[in-house]
Design a protein around this ligand. Structure first.
Ligand SMILES: [Mn+2]
Length: 238
């Protein structure tokens, strides 16, 4: 008996440079087929939101999530936070929503299901322990939208595909995997643990089952211009 688990990360909803809208139909199809569905961080983007305040973004985000989750009560939904959605005003409302919704739970850092582990992956911005990641995330708690001027500069950068080069420069694959392995060791889910598959995002660069020290790493990329994006599917022994 296996359970079908799908996951997506880095939709960056509410950021106008995200192409997530066009993937929403395939996300609905995956949800219709799923026993469990994992939102693996940066689903909503508070820094680059088109809405004027984090409070308004949080309200719309929770409304979207509630509708999505209620449409398929047979599916268990899990929300794992990323850096862009590790914002206090959202966390409070997410917690409240999960309290009153039987098929939704949330985790700040990672979720273990069977031999699989789901985490956002922002622990790869440096060589981080769990403690380092907590400190890093504290810096996001009071995030507010950056406003129109900076947003426009980023629009230009995206038109010239600078973001693709930046992702590749900051996140070489070997470095990403080594840093993930370091963090996983720290939280007790490293090579010698029972954890065999790692699903993550954040870097916006797709990885399809790369093997390292007996663990396999998967990243679905991101729905952004010039980048690959995929809904990840896992089968887990129930
Ligand atoms: Mn991220």
């Amino acid at each position: 008996m296996t359970r079908k688990i799908y996951s997506v990360s880095d939709l960056h909803l509410f950021c106008r440079r995200s192409l997530a809208e066009r993937h929403l139909p395939s996300i609905s199809e995956a949800i219709a087929d799923a026993d469990a569905f994992v939102f693996n961080g940066d689903i909503f983007d508070f820094r680059w939101s088109v809405l004027p305040t984090a409070a308004e973004t949080a309200r719309e985000a929770v409304r979207w999530l509630e509708e999505t989750v209620q449409r398929r009560p047979e599916c268990q939904f899990h929300y794992v936070l990323g850096n862009h959605d590790h914002v206090q005003v959202f966390i409070d409302q997410l917690h409240e929503l999960a309290e009153r919704t039987s098929n939704l739970s949330w985790e700040p850092y990672y979720l273990k299901m069977g031999k699989a582990l789901f985490l956002h992956g922002d622990c790869v911005v440096g060589r981080m322990t769990a403690r380092d990641l907590e400190t890093f995330r504290e810096g996001w708690l009071a995030e507010e939208s950056r406003g129109e001027f900076v947003n426009r500069l980023y629009d230009v950068a995206f038109r010239t595909r600078v973001h693709c080069a930046v992702s590749r420069m900051f996140f070489p694959r070997a470095t990403v995997i080594a840093r993930l392995a370091h963090y996983l060791d720290d939280i007790g889910h490293g090579a010698d643990s029972g954890t065999k598959e790692i699903y993550f995002g954040h870097t916006h660069l797709a990885i399809d089952g790369l093997e390292h020290r007996g663990q396999r790493f998967y990243n679905g990329g991101a729905p952004m211009p010039g980048l690959a994006f995929k809904i990840l599917r896992a089968e887990i022994a129930a």
